[in-house]
Ligand binder design. Sequence first.
Ligand code: NAP
Length: 233
Amino acid sequence: MPRAEMPAELEKIYGRLGFADTISGRNQADRFLMGLLRAFADAVLLGAGTLRATPGHHWTPDHIYPDMASAFAELRMTLGRKPRPRLVLLTASGNVEVSHAAVIGGATVVTTASGAARLRQRLPDSCDVIEIGESGLLDLSRAVEELRGRGYEAILTEGGPHVMGELLARRLLDEAFVTISPVVAGRSDESRLGMVAGVEFLPGREVWSKLLSVRRHGDFLFLRYDLRSSASP
Ligand SMILES: NC(=O)c1ccc[n+]([C@@H]2O[C@H](COP(=O)([O-])OP(=O)(O)OC[C@H]3O[C@@H](n4cnc5c(N)ncnc54)[C@H](OP(=O)(O)O)[C@@H]3O)[C@@H](O)[C@H]2O)c1
């Protein structure tokens, strides 16, 4: 259905999803891979923008691919991981939806002193707060250090675009898993966020990667990149 003809309610849902589900077509292999990556993670790191845009979601392996819930649980046990990856939320403003199901389930909020002041009385007991800096955008290198200090070794990020941009700019990402979906998106006048926002890399600040593996499932491609050395080819 062309966007112009969409009922307002559907349009709102499309807006919230950032078209992610539309682009992937809810492809089962893609969802399985997301589940597998979450199953390996000690923590899943997100920007508050992604949380705000995704009501009702849980960043757990079983939520994205329920059919493999018991296999994911067994894998976590074998790896010595806790039953669920810890949700980690980044916010400068402290504008976190405290009634979001994933927040109620337990999250670590990384924020500034002013964000923490806004949140403290509102967060459920299942949550804790890491405070870095006074206000404004906090230093993500310090955030990663703090998380490592709390035992979160394998940290998966699912973005969104602003967090992805900052992590890439600070060279904090080791690897990227990219799915190529065989659908053409396109843009009209409306701007829409891509994989990276808020930072420009080309020309001048190139981030090259090394292709580690390619897998195919039907018409979808699953690519794994190493980002640790950014030397141009
Ligand atoms: N696979 C996909 O297609 C995919 C994946 C993820 C997200 N998305 C989409 O992306 C859109 C959201 O984009 P976004 O760029 O706004 O999301 P985002 O990167 O998740 O969130 C941005 C927010 O994170 C917080 N933040 C980022 N860097 C920070 C720092 N250094 N210090 C403190 N806080 C920091 C700020 O929160 P405060 O404003 O609270 O200060 C900022 O506004 C949604 O439509 C979502 O559905 C799509």
